[in-house]
Design a binder for this molecule. Structure first.
Ligand SMILES: C[S@@+](CC[C@H](N)C(=O)[O-])C[C@H]1O[C@@H](n2cnc3c(N)ncnc32)[C@H](O)[C@@H]1O
Length: 249
């Protein structure tokens, strides 16, 4: 299948911002319209689950505990679309001094990862079934994140689904706001053209430098995600990028 994208005209860029403002493309739709969006479901209470719109719910301790940890000086990493959570659970085990927040819109996958998190006794990992575009914006302070991992984002091949693609000019603005200077975006994809789209979008943003392969050393050893494992077993190529967040801008 072809993954199509083109350099954006000013009109197309404006369209991306208008869609973003209108909440178009959010997985599961506008979260504020969901019933009981200001609280957590009973299965999530007092566990390592966070939802941006329920952070202030006084009936559960999650929000306060989350905010306290996020306000600490510990380095913070996030993963967007963690799927089965192999990379995220492994990384938070390897780096107990760091905090981790994982976003995955599939609630079932979040619950499975939560069980693994609890079985492993991890105290430094939070999981969220928010669309990361909402969760990052509302739950994470600006310039707080040291690394954002986006591993095999959904390509959304069809033209009518393009609006759901994670990477767009306003999403790159959001990454620029949340990453601290010196932090980085770590992207992996098995769709070469998706990698090139991201490279294009970031090269037009003043907050990001060019792909720097040597930043692989900042990730270090890791457990591959389910998708990466599948690519390895099936001889499919994978493209990996590391984009540094500049100090200025
Ligand atoms: C192709 S899968 C890859 C899963 C995993 N990273 C891997 O490599 O095996 C993409 C994942 O991203 C999740 N996802 C897509 N858009 C998202 C968003 N806006 N916020 C959070 N998760 C998202 C999907 O539900 C899906 O689990």
């Amino acid at each position: 299948m072809d993954f199509s994208w083109e350099e954006l005209t000013p009109q197309q860029r404006a369209r991306h911002y208008a869609d973003w403002q209108a909440g178009k493309g959010l997985i599961g739709g506008d979260p504020t319209r969901r019933p009981n969006s200001d609280t957590l479901p009973s299965w999530a209470m007092d566990r390592s689950i966070v939802r941006a719109l329920a952070l202030d719910d006084p009936r559960v301790a999650n929000g306060e505990r989350f905010r306290r940890q996020i306000a600490s000086p510990r380095p913070l990493e996030t993963e967007i679309g963690f799927g089965r959570g192999d990379f995220l659970l492994d990384r938070s085990t390897r780096l107990p001094e760091r905090l981790f927040v994982g976003f995955e819109v599939k609630t079932k996958a979040v619950r499975l990862a939560l069980r693994r998190l609890e079985n492993q006794g991890l105290q430094n990992l939070w999981l969220s079934d928010d669309d990361a575009r909402v969760g990052l914006q509302l739950a994470i302070p600006d310039r707080r994140v040291d690394a954002v991992h986006v591993l095999f984002p959904d390509p959304w091949w069809k033209a009518q689904h393009k609006v759901k693609r994670l990477f767009s000019p306003p999403f790159v603005d959001l990454l620029a706001a949340k990453l601290r200077p010196g932090g980085y975006l770590h992207l992996k994809t098995d769709v070469q053209q998706y990698g090139e789209l991201v490279r294009h979008l970031l090269s037009h943003h003043p907050a990001f430098g060019n792909h720097r392969p040597e930043l692989a050393g900042s990730v270090g050893p890791y457990r591959p995600t389910h998708r990466e494992q599948w690519c390895r077993e099936n001889g499919m190529p994978v493209w990996t990028y590391y984009f540094p967040r500049r100090n200025e801008a």
